[in-house]
Design a protein around this ligand. Structure first.
Ligand code: SF4
Ligand code: SF4
Length: 383
């Protein structure tokens, strides 16, 4: 295993981190504890030392399961990361309450890397209002947490604002060769590194979308430029090439994936990609982007729709379905992420949104296409 130093501490973290959000499960959806523990032990024996969980993962079973694992090993040999569930916090006292419950669930007296979970514009405003830094500093002074960071899902401008508001130790951002200009993106990564922060890279495979199915024109480029490679190797190599990416966090759901990642991590090397290699990644990115049918920037200027249509969410899921040639998977995502009342078929074609779109998207016409595309979503796909 290779290690990289967390810039603001002496900690040497394994370049591969174990994300405890996709454990194997049983038929009833609960974590298959025997298999999950076997994977955690295998990772530990192979020198993975960064284990990341969060309050809501696996219907709140992930933290207690990680706690069981910690009780079976030498706790001091690993770094544990978990996150304050910001969306559940209604008062300053709630923060202490959740942290204490998390320590109990994990069966530990301290958390090495404590993050504010999934910060975005709204949750960040709420956290500031509730004086989150007082809580974090107090928890650190009490020895309950060691390092302070945040995970993030919003635009670069929000990321920048958060980054500059505090002397953070680290952040966790979505990072992969496709999303270099999405959310924090590569600009956010560079900003964090320039401020001496560690960066935990999440979603290196974009939730599996960079593995399969691969649209034929993209598969052709890979085949020509990197005939020996496979999708996981290509995606992980792109992250590890970035010197400031401290840990690549992978949510593995079986031993085979774990073994593959362990093998790949052996050759994790910063600056390993040549100019020519990087051009191939750029070319692949361009090909994916060319496939996006609606160039919606998700700026939300068109909202609110008087009829409650969640315009950017509809376009977002539709774009991904077309981009990744994977309508079935995205039909499920449509059911999960777009509430029924906000779906494209609720558009009355009134046109009120049209003048508000800076990209002059024919919103009603496009929504009609989206509605048609997702019409086939069977009810049984609802989760
Ligand atoms: S055209 Fe459709 S999406 Fe636009 S404001 Fe009217 S109902 Fe809403
Ligand atoms: S205003 Fe246009 S670009 Fe912005 S979210 Fe709405 S449709 Fe997308």
């Amino acid at each position: 295993m290779q290690y990289r130093e967390m810039p603001k501490s002496q900690d040497r973290l394994s370049v591969l981190g174990f994300g405890c959000m996709r454990f194997p499960t049983l038929a009833d959806g609960k974590i298959d504890e025997a298999k999950a523990l076997e994977m955690l032990h295998h990772a530990f024996e192979n020198k993975v030392n960064y284990f990341d969980t969060a309050w809501p993962y696996h219907n709140e079973e992930s933290e207690p399961l990680l706690g069981k694992f910690l009780a079976q090993i030498d706790r001091s040999k690993v770094y544990v990361a978990t996150k304050l569930p910001c969306w559940l916090i209604q008062s300053h006292e709630d923060m202490d309450k959740y942290l204490d419950l998390q320590l109990q669930r994990l069966g530990t007296s301290y958390i090495d890397y404590y993050l504010l979970h999934a910060l975005g514009k709204k949750s960040w405003a709420n956290m500031k209002k509730l004086k989150v830094f007082e809580f974090l500093e107090r928890a650190r002074a009490a020895g309950k947490i060691r390092h302070i960071g945040f995970s993030f899902h919003d635009s670069y401008s929000v990321f920048k604002q958060i980054c500059l508001s505090y002397d953070w130790d680290f952040c966790q951002i979505m990072l992969n060769y496709l999303d270099t200009h999405y959310q924090a993106g590569i600009r956010g990564f560079e900003l964090a590194v320039s401020r001496g922060m560690g960066v935990i890279a999440m979603e290196p495979l974009r939730g599996g979308k960079l593995i399969s199915p691969i649209p034929p024109e993209i598969a052709k480029i890979w085949q020509r430029e990197d005939p020996e490679g496979d999708q996981v190797a290509r995606a992980t190599r792109w992250i590890w090439n970035l010197e400031g990416a401290t840990v690549l966090l992978s949510g593995m759901s079986n031993q085979a994936q774990l073994k593959q990642n362990l093998l790949l991590s052996k050759s994790a090397k910063a600056n390993c990609l040549s100019e020519k290699d990087l051009k191939v990644y750029k070319r692949i990115r361009r090909e994916y982007i060319k496939r996006i049918p609606i160039l919606c920037s998700e700026c939300r200027y068109c909202l609110p729709c008087p009829f409650g249509v969640a315009i950017p969410s509809n376009f977002g899921v539709y774009n991904e379905a077309v981009m990744f040639s994977d309508p079935d998977r995205h039909r499920k995502e449509y059911q999960w992420f777009v509430p029924e009342a906000g779906r494209a078929d609720k558009c009355t074609q009134c046109g009120a949104c049209l003048p508000k779109c800076p990209h002059h998207i024919e919103i009603p016409t496009e929504l009609r296409k989206v509605a048609e595309f997702f019409k086939a979503a069977p009810d049984e796909q609802k989760v």
